[in-house]
Ligand binder design. Sequence first.
Ligand code: KG4
Ligand code: ZN
Length: 384
Amino acid sequence: MPPAYILGIESSCDETAAAVVRSGEQVVSNVVASQIATHQPYGGVVPELASREHLRAIVPVVRQALAESNQTYDSVDAIAVTQGPGLAGALLVGISYAKALAFALDKPLIAVNHLEGHIHAVLLEERQKGNHELQFPVLALVVSGGHTHLYLAAQKNDGWTYENVGHTRDDAAGEAFDKVAKLLGLGYPGGPIIDRLAPHGDPTAVKFPPAQIKHRDRRDRRGQKESESNRPRFDFSYSGIKTAVLRYVEVHDMHRSIDQRRRTLANMFPPKPEDYLANCDRKTLDLVASFQRAIVEDLVSKTLAAARAFDVATLFVTGGVAANNELRTTFEREGAQAGLPVYFPSRKLSTDNAAMIAAAAYPKFLAKDFSPLDFSAEASLVLR
Ligand code: KG4
Ligand code: ZN
């Protein structure tokens, strides 16, 4: 089988990305244009601005990905693009461009689910390292700004199937990081900032009650087979902890110092890691460390409980929040205790990128599972 070069395009949220991946196992180029500077003044992603920035960036980003891989529009074997989930207007930019390329160049077009991409980021890098010995079944935690999902992933013939065995009922874990950082005047995106500040605080200083999930989610039953709907579920909930942080801020009268920090950091373009630390008092550092500890413990304990319930052989942890240092060390420690190997993507492939989209497209390329030119963006695309 000759090597296949797939051009991947990703534009589901606030990163315009293009990459070339060889045969699903070698990143040949990987270009990511971040929009953080555009959205930073608003403390979160503004969908209209995201679409506009994707329009600006898509052509140069794809050109750069081709140039860095020594490939051309003509030489690549297929074009893969994120179909969803994500922001509809943002997805449309990548999809329209990918369709135009596929039509003009007469190349196969492959639509990829963004969440499947995050899972394939792990597979891609393990193959790249020469690890072809992964044990199945795999349980994958996909944890990012928009998603907190647990999937049982299995390989069937040439393709992959996924069963969702847990998801967040409200906020995603990354969303909680972002909202708490915003609330504390720390800016956007919150995850990397909290990650850096947390080691400077006491993670046992503030106690957060564990998330309560009483009822089964009615959404789970829709479209599920009877055999699946009787399976145990491992759902998450992160809106309560965000409210608990807000309550703590009110009870401890922290608003004035937060406003002061917000003003100081707003005058720095952009603030350096040490600027965040210099502008945080002990109470804020303790709060941040305790918040991160609570989220990490919840993610790790539920994932390990699901791993035991489904008797899986391997754990994947992927998505933007998988870049978090405390999450990684805790998963590694607890996974080792449970005798479960845990795999993460490198930090570069944990957050959104197009290499994972090109990698997830490779099995579809082999199976000739190509997409028609009239497929559309699906903001709430489900992974199965
Ligand atoms: O996967 P991603 O790039 O985009 C989505 O698919 O959502 O994830 C972005 C999310 C943001 O919420 C960001 O705050 C979070 O991942 N994140 C982190 C870290 N780096 C990114 N959260 C915690 N610790 C980090 N180091
Ligand atoms: Zn993502």
